[in-house]
Ligand binder design. Sequence first.
Ligand code: NAI
Length: 303
Amino acid sequence: MSEPIKKVCVIGAGTMGAGIAAQVANAGVPVLLLDIVRDEQDRSSVARGAVEKMLKTEPAPFMGKGAARLVETGNIDDDLAKVAECDWIVEAIVERLDLKQALYAKLEAVRRPGTAISSNTSTIPLADLTGGRSEAFTRDFLITHFFNPPRYMRLIEIVAGPQSDPALVASVEDFVDRKLGKSIVAAKDSPGFIANRLGIFWIQAAMNAAFDQGLTVEEADAIGGRPMGVPKTGVFGLVDLIGIDLMPHLMQSMTRTLTTGDAYLEIARDHPLVGKMIEGGYTGRKGKGGFYRVNRELDKRRE
Ligand code: NAI
């Protein structure tokens, strides 16, 4: 077993990163949370997002409100060198291979070799993520796929590559098991791993059926929610939670990596409405609203 994890860095303070940082801090472990910070307003919203999530996290056995003090927020450009203080870096930026690879190239120069680095990617294979990186980086790299919302979802998918250091993987597993209370599913390095290989197929097929048949989102979710054994949100409610802007990235990543004849490729389809919603900032719960819940408060503040 390698060194215990005493400080964590989370990069990307969006839907997942802020939630992961909040959980780690609630377990009493200091977190450095980095994002692209353009101005002071950005800086305070990064901090606020993380702290709000933290306070919503169930208290026991965690630290509740005191956890906020354990989160240090920063700007990816100015504060990158601080990642060397951390024993585990969790990358949770947008689902784009080019952006993730560009970030890893920068991290390679500043991180401490022998410490863990993982991606929260939903769909991108580990072999693609580590393409072009050094042996040392590839040895320290794994995928830790948290589910949304991290504070409720007890499962985590972990993907280790053939070159990943087993001791390092074991130390991350030990941390997510003992500190974060998650059950681990070891997945193979394949597009979408296990959960999204099934989940994306199902979401896409259900959206196609609703659009083709002219169903309202309420009708579609009434049929495709509880009666189908799915949580009460149904598909459209789930997409609002995930982030509507994530959907095209997931689809691109899956269609890029799967081979001809795969059942998912038969149903992968762009929906013009989805593109228009993203353009207008209707990205779901994190944005102005989505298929449900138009965030009128946010609209008013932006006027
Ligand atoms: P998001 O769009 O809500 O947040 C991404 C954050 O990363 C933004 O705050 C953005 O400013 C920041 N960012 C982008 N490029 C950056 C860079 N170079 N350096 C620092 N920060 C940068 O995205 P979300 O939904 O949190 O997804 C993050 C990752 O987690 C993706 O890989 C996604 O596939 C995965 N994921 C998402 C789930 C979901 O339900 N939304 C569930 C499980 C995994």
